[in-house]
Ligand binder design. Sequence first.
Ligand SMILES: [Zn+2]
Length: 445
Amino acid sequence: MWRIAWAFVLGVCAAAAERPAVRVLLVSGGGAEERAAAALLADALRQAGSFAVFTSDDPGALTTAAVARYDVLAVDCDGAWWGDAAQRAVERFVARGKGLAVVRAGDCALGPEPGRRRFAALAGAAAAAGAASGSQPLRVTATPPFLTVDDPGPALTPVPGTKILAAFRPEGRAGVEQPAAWTTSYGKGRVFVTRLGRNQAVRGEREFVDTFLGGVAWAAQVAPQPRGETVPPVRTLVVTGGHNYDPTFYTLFEGRPGITASIDPHPMPYRRGDLRKNYDVLVLYDSMQQASEPERVKLTNFLESGKGLVILHHALVDYSDWPWWYEQVMGGRWLKVDGPVFKWKTAYKHDVDMLVYPVGEHPVTAGVGPMRIQDETYKGMWLSPENKVLMRTDDPSSDGPVVWISPYPKSRVVVIELGHDRKAHLHPGYQKLVRNAILWSAGKE
Ligand SMILES: [Zn+2]
């Protein structure tokens, strides 16, 4: 019977604030599949908030000098042997007091190369012969126990003296449990090992993520950040409709720390209950020139209650016949040509390769910096002189301001002109900008 001690996951101390981020080098194989699998680990580390994450997909290039600047190595084994030189560099790294966290450890430890036995020793284990067993339901004994579907991979047995964190047994089958995760020490350093994580889907499961994050923090000899004790996330309603868009738009809201989002196409949000009750911030990405009466009432109530608003790209065209909206709330208006035939006077231009840069310092542009982006520009809008411009471009196809705060006094309104398609949606600077804007408009930052 394994003694189960999930100690580092649950035994959390609160003194984690104000510590510089733990520098993690995430090492994976270089194939597309390996990189995608490792990206899930990188995301989990980044979302934990207390790690600075660096990646390498060339394990054979690890040297003592190359790893010296990190606190902990997180190794995502893919079955290839990283070579004796890298093995020695990692041994020295850990022996001198740094940390090592190994995912799907059996794949590093088992193989024909003699150096792999040294890897197994570093991981506090001995590799046993036995082929990979394939994905299957596993009952994992931990605190609390859970059921997962994973491939435990090559057999790997911890040596005496390691501390077993979790064990598994194929679901529905009797027999001896096999160790799934454990910790050990090596010289002055700490090593966390899990055999799990071969099945990529497992990397999205809470139990796996918690163990991995706890293991990395433990190996780095820091207390893990308590999870779930932060401020409640900003409840965000994203309104689409009236304009097509790339599905990459959703990546702006999925998995962004501090934010939960629902997407609801126009006009449904204005037909359902009170927006004030369920949401803190409204993000408009629709393109609707007319506002119905119920829409006006709901938007007015929402904004007058002090809730946040972020207006993105297409939505700058919204409500150009509603003076309260364009003068106060948005601080901008798309203009029409005078005359009987509908025609826009404001111009647009697609795929402009431009430099946009912050104007002064503001929480909305924190960490965004000047950025090169290929996006659509607008020119010839009416813009309120009372706007506080946060970012601009000097491209001649633009009016100049591309991010601003409107003069509206009762709530925080951020207008981001950028965001036409996937080139913006997938731009790290744009992603940061949108997240910052949501948090700031909610009064969080
Ligand atoms: Zn557009």
